[in-house]
Design a protein around this ligand. Structure first.
Ligand SMILES: *Cc1c(COP(=O)(O)O)cnc(C)c1O
Length: 376
């Protein structure tokens, strides 16, 4: 696999037995305020909960270590993390993003651009000449998502980052789907990584969270930290604790989930009731060769499938599964299945007969059996 020591980092980054009583599990510090010394200073580094807490410091250092950046800033959701970055966009400046990005991010981009009088340009990032045309004349932010949601399109991170930098843009990559287990955007020149920690990092569908990780620009890190304090939107101590605890098993989970996803994708690709499978781990996927180079840790555990017979057939399939639960979201230990067009609503570009699958850590053969009976 790609990075020797990843499991070690997941367990040990910013984590050591507590010095007060020797607790192996990190204590949860709920305190909103911290004691001054006799001289009125704060020698232990903490003053007030909005500004920083021990649990937040731990999860932020851990995320920075996993992505290979200088620091991270944790938020109450992935969209709050996006918002901190979008605050960099000034009036008249341009944000270039992927037409196929996560629909929640797209909605957010549209609103932010409208309110700020900024320009939003959406293009298909598989076509890098379209990206070049979109940034011509300069851009403030180039926002990449790879693989995309839900079509699993792959963007060439290195070349897209070069194009963005050539136009003077900060290059952002949403690494929620790939996680630092599969892909390290900073190795390709990306400046900022954003995460929805509600997905794989949390991994158990029980902690809404987000983060921005900064590759090397200390001034940018300070600006994002300042936004976190000003907006008063940091991740709360218990949620930081849950997230840090979950990251201990991140690589174990994601590697198992990737293996399960490949098995399920291969099964679906050979099934008569399936029109098309979207999974970058399949050699037939148009982004397969690129994914193999920039996702050395695995092809991820998300896949989509178009069911023969249209929306009705897709909904019928989703209604018959036992192990796959019908729900939105992804990245948890339990497998989920979702008719994507219904959650995205009118105007979606997602095919009506598409089901999106988030593969959990169940035995792959059990998942295959469940889908086989559901497809009938
Ligand atoms: C879920 C998701 C988000 C938004 O994160 P929340 O934690 O739900 O706010 C952003 N990007 C991607 C790719 C996602 O899957």
């Amino acid at each position: 696999m790609q990075r020797s020591g990843l499991n070690t980092l997941c367990v040990h980054a910013a984590h050591a037995p507590d010095t007060a009583v020797g607790a192996i599990a990190e204590p949860i510090y709920l305190s909103t305020t911290f004691e001054r010394d006799a001289a009125g200073a704060y020698p232990r580094g903490y003053r007030y909960g909005r500004e920083g807490t021990p649990n937040r410091a731990a999860v932020e250092s851990c995320l920075a270590a996993l992505e290979g950046g200088i620091g991270a800033v944790a938020f109450a959701s992935g969209l709050a993390a996006n918002m901190a970055v979008l605050d960099l966009l000034g009036k008249g400046e341009r944000l270039v993003a992927q037409r196929e990005a996560y629909y929640g991010s797209l909605k957010q981009f549209g609103e932010v651009a409208r309110h700020r009088g900024a320009q939003l340009q959406l293009v298909d990032f598989r076509d890098l000449s379209a990206v070049e045309a979109a940034v011509a004349g300069g851009a403030r932010l180039l926002w990449i998502e790879t693989p995309t949601n839900p079509l699993l399109n792959i963007t060439d991170l290195k070349r897209a980052a070069e194009i963005g930098h050539g136009a003077g843009a900060l290059v952002v990559c949403d690494n929620t789907f790939a996680t630092p287990v599969c892909q390290h955007p900073f190795r390709f020149g990306v400046d900022l990584v954003v995460h929805s920690g509600s997905k794989y990092l949390g991994g158990h569908s029980d902690v809404l969270s987000g983060a921005v990780v900064v590759r090397e620009d200390a001034t940018l890190l300070e600006r994002l930290q300042s936004w976190q304090r000003m907006a008063g939107a940091p991740l709360a101590p218990f949620d930081c604790w849950l997230l840090r605890r979950s990251i201990a098993t991140l690589a174990l989970r994601v590697r198992a989930q990737c293996q399960g996803a490949l098995r399920v994708a291969e099964f679906l690709a050979g099934h008569a009731a399936v029109e098309r499978v979207f999974y970058p781990g399949l050699p037939a996927h148009p982004g397969h060769a690129l994914a193999a180079t920039q996702m050395p840790g695995g092809f991820g555990a998300m896949l989509s499938v178009c069911i023969a017979g249209g929306a009705d057939a897709a909904l019928r399939t989703a209604s018959r599964t036992h192990l796959f639960t019908r729900a939105t979201s992804l990245g948890g230990v339990e497998s989920l299945i979702e008719h994507r067009a219904s959650i995205e609503g009118p105007g979606t570009r997602t095919p009506e007969n598409l089901l999106r699958l988030s593969i959990g850590i169940e035995e792959p053969e059990d998942l295959v059996e469940d889908l086989a009976q559901a497809l009938g």
